[in-house]
Design a protein. Structure first.
Length: 141
């Protein structure tokens, strides 16, 4: 198992080092989804320590997502993403405290939608970003 973990860490490091800014956002969201799924599973097992660990990891990822936004050039899209990140933080904390796996899974699904948008932006970096603003705005609860 140890060699698998080491290989996995090396693969992730290579992905991050070679990633565009859009790909980095998608990688972070992928990690956030994974930790939310693990947190939801921990809730089902009543494993408080694992839930807390995974919740802390995903909250750190949301913070990093917010720090990586381009506040100078992002305009309405960045404003909407900041609202989404703020809502995710509040929702993750509330869901964790209430031990509500369904709420954690809901945030994970939303992260998946945003992740897909970042992946699309990476494929078409010159495309207009305006189409993403309404989608992001609609994700704020």
């Amino acid at each position: 198992m140890q060699s698998y973990a080491k290989a996995s860490d090396q693969y992730l490091a290579q992905r991050v080092l070679g990633a565009s800014p859009q790909q980095l956002m998608a990688i972070l969201l992928e990690g956030g989804q994974r930790f939310l799924m693990q947190a939801a599973q921990a809730v089902g097992r009543r494993d408080i320590a694992a839930k807390a660990h995974c919740t802390n990891r995903v909250l750190a990822i949301v913070e990093e997502l917010t720090l990586r936004l381009n506040h100078e050039e992002g305009g309405e899209l960045v404003d909407n993403l900041m609202k989404v990140h703020d809502w995710w933080t509040r929702e993750i904390l509330a869901a964790s405290a209430a031990r509500d796996a369904a709420r954690l899974e809901r945030v994970g699904r939303q992260m998946g939608e945003i992740r897909q948008a970042w992946e699309q932006l990476d494929q078409k970096p010159l495309a207009s970003h305006e189409g993403l603003a309404p989608m992001v705005r609609d994700m704020v609860g």
